[in-house]
Design a protein around this ligand. Structure first.
Ligand code: ZN
Length: 471
């Protein structure tokens, strides 16, 4: 084997790959500029599922010109280029040099990180060739996940039928980036919980979230494995389980990241308020939209067991000031830029606290809406998916690995509300359900089963906060 440094290395595979990328890039760039499209996972799905005849309609002479300029000409250059193999230490040196330069550049431009973080979901669809390579992989991964056979949970029974003319309603609110530290309920120096103060809402001690990112925590909340679950758990999630055993399931969302679920009704906030006609309709970007029309829907439902999940936008960063209506700007001045590192810590905390206070308002609205449903025994659980960093120790947002994540990203509130009729039916009170220690992501699954009087082999009574304490 000759490895002398000037010996041309035949690399037809690498060259063919680069040339193929050039051609796809040229076509993709044309598609993006002409149709103002982003090549995200959904778009790849559209392209792969599009009828061939429809694809032909995209052809235009301009596309040929673009392919000639952006693909054919540079391909000629690549095809003719002579590639030499340098000595190993030159190669190693180059790799180290490039890595050091990249890291130095990343740190020199650290002020742009938050901008990238905010726009990351949309940037991926605009960067070639990343957009179609990563999103094609994501498309097939998603298809594989959706097609993967789920392990069904064991058959379940109900302890007793719902009395005639009554309804059992259980509501799970999944909050977003709502850290316990900024709750008045947990001793915060500011009144961030004025709206639920007199509603009978029970604040359990703050507890540790499963993960510090939405997908991991939501998967965990919705599986019977709780904190022992992985974010790719193959077990049937709570919503699907309840649907399969005859509970009417409603999922209202202003967020993303839940596992594949089977529910009777899945609605995004914008579609919920689309039906609202009048001057006091909530804007779809605010979480109050999730509660709109709920009393009416629950009252009209003919089901006697109903499970509602609300997945909030909560305090998703970094634009906290956009998470609440202007009238809720209680703490001022607020940081109103996504470049949060340029804001004073105080103004960032102000904006964040306003979003926490607004979440408290939404909880109060929800309790009001649930109280207005006639003849219903209602329980509501609010839990956040994870906490948030607001610049403490130089950290912002969330997503730190559990091993090093600060408590601000892990400690979440766990709040419970029960109607009087629910308390009577279950023989519990606000005081009797309280625990010394909260497992915020283990409790919901088993407590919701408990609230419906549902039992099966996977039910863990120790995690059911509504179970009567053993005498
Ligand atoms: Zn989250």
């Amino acid at each position: 084997m000759n490895t002398s440094k000037r010996h041309p290395v035949p690399t037809p595979v690498v060259k063919a790959f680069c040339i193929a990328l050039l051609f796809v890039n040229a076509g993709a760039a044309y598609f993006m500029t002409t149709y103002n499209a982003e090549i995200d996972r959904t778009m790849i799905g559209n392209i792969l599922n599009t009828d061939q005849r429809e694809m032909l309609q995209i052809w235009h002479p301009k596309l040929l010109l673009q392919i000639l300029l952006l693909a054919v000409l540079p391909s000629l250059f690549i095809a003719r280029a002579e590639i030499t193999k340098p000595r190993w230490f030159i190669r190693l040196g180059s790799i180290i040099l490039v890595l050091v330069a990249l890291i130095a550049w990343a740190y020199a431009t650290a002020f742009t990180w938050l901008w990238f973080d905010k726009h990351a979901p949309r940037l991926g669809g605009r960067v070639l060739p990343w957009s179609y390579i990563a999103n094609t992989a994501r498309y097939f991964n998603q298809a594989a996940l959706a097609g993967r056979s789920q392990t069904l949970l064991p058959d379940a029974t109900f302890l007793a039928p719902v009395p005639t003319g009554q309804k059992d309603i259980v509501v799970l609110v999944i909050g977003e980036a709502s850290r316990a530290q900024d709750y008045a309920y947990y001793g915060y120096g500011r009144d961030t919980n004025p709206f639920t103060k007199n509603t009978g809402l029970v604040a359990f001690p703050a507890g540790q979230s499963c993960a510090t990112y939405t997908i991991g925590s939501v998967a965990c909340i919705l599986t019977h494995e709780g904190s022992a679950a992985s974010d790719r758990t193959g077990f049937e999630p709570l919503n699907s389980y309840l649907t399969r055993f005859g509970v009417q399931t409603i999922f209202r969302t202003n967020n993303f990241g839940e596992p594949p679920i089977k529910v009777d009704e899945y609605t995004r906030a914008a579609d919920i308020v689309a039906g609202c006609k009048g001057s006091d309709c909530p804007a779809p970007e605010y979480d109050e939209a999730l509660v709109w029309g709920l009393t009416d829907e629950l009252t009209k439902s003919t089901a006697n067991r109903i499970f509602v999940t609300l997945h909030e936008a909560g305090s998703h960063g970094p634009s906290y000031w956009r998470k609440y209506p202007p009238a809720f700007e209680e703490f001022k001045p607020v940081c109103d830029t996504v470049e949060v590192a340029t804001c004073s810590h105080e103004s960032l905390v102000n904006a964040y606290d306003n979003s926490i206070r607004y979440t408290d308002y939404v909880n109060a609205k929800l309790i009001e809406a649930l109280k207005a449903v006639p003849n219903a025994r209602v329980a509501m659980i609010y839990v956040s998916d994870h906490g948030q960093s607001l610049g403490e120790n130089g950290l912002y947002l969330h997503g730190a690995p559990n091993a090093v994540a600060p408590q601000t990203q892990r400690l979440v509130p766990f709040l419970v509300w029960m109607s009087d009729s629910f308390q009577a039916a279950h023989g519990v009170t606000a005081q009797s359900i309280l625990r010394e220690e909260t497992k915020p992501h283990d409790f919901p699954f088993h407590s919701i089963m408990g609230a419906f009087g549902m039992r099966s082999a996977i039910y863990k009574p120790e995690y059911d906060i509504f179970a009567k304490p053993v005498q």
